[in-house]
Design a protein around this ligand. Structure first.
Ligand SMILES: Nc1ncnc2c1ncn2[C@@H]1O[C@H](COP(=O)(O)OP(=O)(O)OP(=O)(O)O)[C@@H](O)[C@H]1O
Length: 530
């Protein structure tokens, strides 16, 4: 149980002693839900005349003028104050005045606004306000998102502004299904999930299916990504289940920084309750505080240039996007050899590793994360100062979403696209209508300084890859002996296996390791000179 949950912990132990539940079975998240179950939201009547803008937060009277006209529930205003959200962003203003202030005759919304402009809260606030104002014991909102990290992040965002009486759970792949299903037993008001796990759980649960007839909100965040290959089949299953229950009260929200034409096909599948959904469009996908740069270079020189860019002082937290998972791994290893605090993230990693990588990236102000497009959408990591597109992405929307991991919530940030000659025409397409500058902060002489170091790091990385491949290929006898701590030196097995799959002898391997160490010292010397 986390430190902040200690008080909850002692009360919780009482529940445990009373035999309601075994303490070992649950963690802090469940404990908090259990303890707040007895204290569900009570009815709130909207004041008849004057807008409420004064709320009591920890015995202090707080005035929240900028939110006054939306008549949000006082507990929600308290949450906004505590989170430091003193003023709604433009998209939040437009969504709130559409779905709350007009008396609720407008229900369905298609919303697009720049990356980092607060779309999450734009759809969460009406949901939270409605649950607090009309208390319910049943599922009120279903939020579908394309990635697991985004689902967990939305829950964190929600918990920041919502009182603990609002229960939400995440249903995502890669984490314990058992635990997620147990959390469903505490009757959540809001489920946030990725299509695969959501489709699976909804299909199997008649309880949830029954509750869908009273669902108040269906939200598809990053809607254009949800209707791409890999997601649409599961999304179809979810939509079929939601639509199988007649429900005139349900509102459908679609949000993204890029509501591209693909969404047209999705719109046809959705059963809006309004004759026409309200379209809210704030600016374009690119935040105004984001500066775009292009660095033209040869494909073979990209590592050298990247090294020069990352070695600049004061570069800050940086995300490097590449187009293949293999390169995510290799590039992160090479950058580490070059002395950079680089981690990696891609969809084939174990979920726990993915979350650890993100945590490490969040923890250091100058960390570098090499990633595939799994991190392109929705992730809100504070103070990311630079995005590097090591490869040009195939479509403009991905370019916008990748770049939008910086310059969020009015902060500044830069995006640098490394463009090889063969990517030039693609780059033209993906960056059309974006004001682009040449990147001149690093020069050819900077790059020359790093050319040798980069080449040496690559050489070492390849040697290490070969070595770890050989280790993975060890015979089962060797692995079993290693696990048991048995020395195979004396046996026939060892003599049979001291030549590995690549025909390499044990001695050759040792020589290789010595060679790697030598090259590493050489590299260190080189880097210390720069
Ligand atoms: N009213 C507000 N005042 C100040 N900060 C806010 C406000 N609303 C949201 N934020 C902050 O702005 C940041 C970006 O918000 P959010 O993640 O919702 O952006 P987004 O528009 O969904 O971006 P993307 O398109 O990349 O998913 C978050 O850190 C959030 O806490």
């Amino acid at each position: 149980m986390k430190g902040s949950d200690k008080n909850a912990g002692s009360e919780y132990r009482t529940l445990s002693k009373m035999g309601f539940i075994s303490l070992e079975e649950v963690d802090a998240e469940e404990a908090a839900i259990l303890l707040s179950s007895t204290n569900r939201p009570t009815a709130y009547e909207r004041p008849a005349k004057k807008p409420r803008c004064v709320v009591k937060v920890e015995s202090e009277q707080v005035e929240l003028l900028a939110w006054a006209e939306y008549h949000l529930h006082p507990e929600l205003l308290g949450g906004l104050h505590r989170a430091g959200f003193t003023t709604p962003t433009e998209v939040q203003k437009q969504v709130l005045s559409t779905v709350l202030s007009t008396g609720g005759e407008r229900r369905d919304v298609l919303g697009s606004a720049p990356t980092g402009s607060g779309k999450t809260l734009a759809f969460l606030l009406p949901i939270l306000h409605n649950i607090l104002s009309n208390p319910t014991e049943t599922l009120a909102a279903l939020i579908v998102v394309p990635t697991r990290e985004l689902a967990l992040q939305i829950k964190e965002h929600l918990d920041k502004v919502a009182p603990p009486t609002i229960h939400s759970v995440t249903l995502v792949g890669g984490l314990s299904q058992e635990k997620q299903e147990r959390l469903l037993g505490y009757a959540p008001h809001i489920i946030i999930g990725t299509p695969g796990r959501l489709a699976e759980v909804l299909s199997a649960s008649t309880t949830l299916q029954t509750q869908l007839s009273q669902l108040q909100y269906l939200v598809l965040d990053e809607a254009d990504r949800l209707c791409e290959k890999g997601h649409f089949k599961d999304l179809d299953t979810i939509l079929e289940l939601v639509h199988s229950k007649p429900n005139k009260a349900r509102r459908t929200f679609l949000f993204s920084a890029t509501l591209s034409p693909q969404v047209g096909a999705l719109r046809k599948k959705l059963r809006f309750n309004d004759r026409k959904p309200t379209i809210i469009k704030v600016g374009n996908a690119n935040p105004v505080s984001l500066e775009h740069y292009k660095l033209a270079c040869l494909a073979d020189d990209k590592l050298t240039w990247l090294c020069a860019i990352l070695k600049q002082s004061g570069r800050g937290r940086t995300l490097v996007f590449v187009n293949t998972i293999e390169l995510v791994r290799d590039l992160a290893s090479t950058l580490q050899l070059l002395g950079l605090p680089a981690g990696s993230l891609h969809a084939q990693m174990q979920q726990r590793q993915r979350l650890k990588s993100l945590d490490r990236f969040r923890a250091h102000s100058d960390a570098v994360l090499v990633t595939s497009d799994v991190a392109a959408r929705g992730l809100d990591i504070p103070n990311v100062q630079m995005i590097v597109h090591f490869h040009v992405p195939k479509v403009a929307d991905v370019f916008a979403h990748r770049s939008g991991r910086t310059a969020r919530a009015d902060s500044v940030g830069i995006s640098i696209a490394m463009v090889a000659p063969h990517e030039s025409s693609l780059f033209h397409k993906v960056s059309a209508n974006i004001s682009m500058h040449e990147y001149t902060k690093v020069s050819l002489s900077d790059a020359d300084n790093y050319r040798k170091a980069a080449a040496l790091a690559e050489k070492i990385r390849k040697m290490e890859n070969k070595e770890s491949k050989a280790t993975r290929n060890k015979s089962w006898e060797e692995k079993a002996a290693e696990a048991l701590g048995v020395d195979l030196d004396f046996g026939a097995v060892k003599s049979k296996n001291n030549i590995d799959d690549d025909g390499e002898t044990e001695q050759a391997k040792k020589n290789q390791q010595i060679q790697i160490q030598k090259l590493k010292s050489q590299l260190d010397e080189m880097l210390n000179k720069h």
